[in-house]
Design a protein around this ligand. Structure first.
Ligand code: FES
Length: 171
């Protein structure tokens, strides 16, 4: 991890603690800031909040929301909670795994495809229970998702990723 990022994170931790932020609030702020909670933040967080490293690590690993490595460029977060389950989420999950070429939640940080371009994560309620099954792709919510709809969404997300990668290539 780059020194500057770590220095920024230390500053962020101190700022939140100064304002009485809870461990959860600080973890959310870190993930919002850099996209994940770097393992290097566990020790300074524990020190600053007078907790053990095990306690901080326990909270990070308990909540599915937190990841300890960057998300895949195309990240699919499928709701596995009750309302969506009753509307066929598990069958949809099997379809998604077959289509994406990786598994959900392989390890705490989600399953990534071999080329790491696609990652699958389980989440628990996206607030779309009446329109289930629901999922998010790169933070965009989609409801009443069928296998066909998912295929089209994934195609679009992968096409957008290829376009972005081409745009970054030197001319
Ligand atoms: S249970 Fe899936 S969105 Fe609420």
């Amino acid at each position: 991890m780059q020194e500057t990022i770590l220095a920024d994170l230390n500053e962020l931790i101190e700022r939140h603690i100064r304002h009485g932020g809870s461990l959860l609030a600080v973890l959310h702020a870190i993930q919002d800031d850099v996209g994940f909670v770097p393992p290097e933040t566990v020790a300074p967080l524990a020190r600053a909040m007078n907790l053990s490293r095990a306690e901080v690590h326990g909270v990070i690993t308990y909540y599915h929301h937190f990841r300890t490595q960057p998300a895949a460029p195309v990240t699919v977060q499928l709701c596995r909670a009750e309302a969506c389950r009753s509307m066929g989420t598990e069958a949809l999950a099997q379809h998604i795994e077959a289509r994406a070429g990786c598994r959900f939640d392989a390890g705490h940080d989600g399953g990534h495809r071999h080329d790491a371009a696609v990652g699958l994560e389980s989440v628990y309620c996206l607030g779309q229970c009446a329109l289930s099954p629901a999922l998010m792709i790169n933070g965009t919510l989609h409801a009443k998702v069928t296998p066909q709809k998912f295929d089209a969404l994934l195609d679009a997300a992968e096409a957008a990723l290829r376009g972005a990668q081409r745009a970054e290539e030197p001319a």
